[in-house]
Design a protein around this ligand. Sequence first.
Ligand code: HEC
Length: 140
Amino acid sequence: MNKMRIVAAILALALPALVSAGSQQLERGKRVYAVFCAQCHGKNLEGQPDWRRRKADGKLPAPPHDASGHTWHHTDADLFAMTKHGMVPPLAPAGYVSDMPAWKDTLKDDDIWAVLDYIKSRWPEEQRKYQQEVSTQSAR
Ligand code: HEC
């Protein structure tokens, strides 16, 4: 093996640890997002207008999934649970009414992880690091 190939082999081994989601995973997540999430959370993850203010029906608009929202404050486990089961206990009070659907009958777990990876890939480094830290801390 020449030097280049050794370097390439080391990179191939180390990359999955450095970049948690490969490009195929991100493509998959992007497709899932466009079909199932963009209508509410925005084509560019920008959320619905005036998303902090309750609507006339008392429900909250869809928040952005980009760095201006608070998706990056939540752990992986919580984001997964909210996407799979919707806004139900323990992540929301019992009887909480929300427009956020539960995706468990529509999306496979792998699709949910893919769309979350896609959302994360759109955050700047700072938000990504923060979210990674809260996730690892809560997993301990
Ligand atoms: C019909 C509209 C709608 C669709 C479609 C939708 N959401 Fe939501 N989502 C919401 C609303 C509204 C909220 C805010 C819930 C609340 O607090 O009541 C929300 C909240 C969330 C949250 C919590 C975010 C946070 O910052 O606390 C996550 C995660 C989420 N959605 C993921 C997704 C994913 C992933 C998809 C696509 C698979 C999706 N949503 C599709 C309406 C939607």
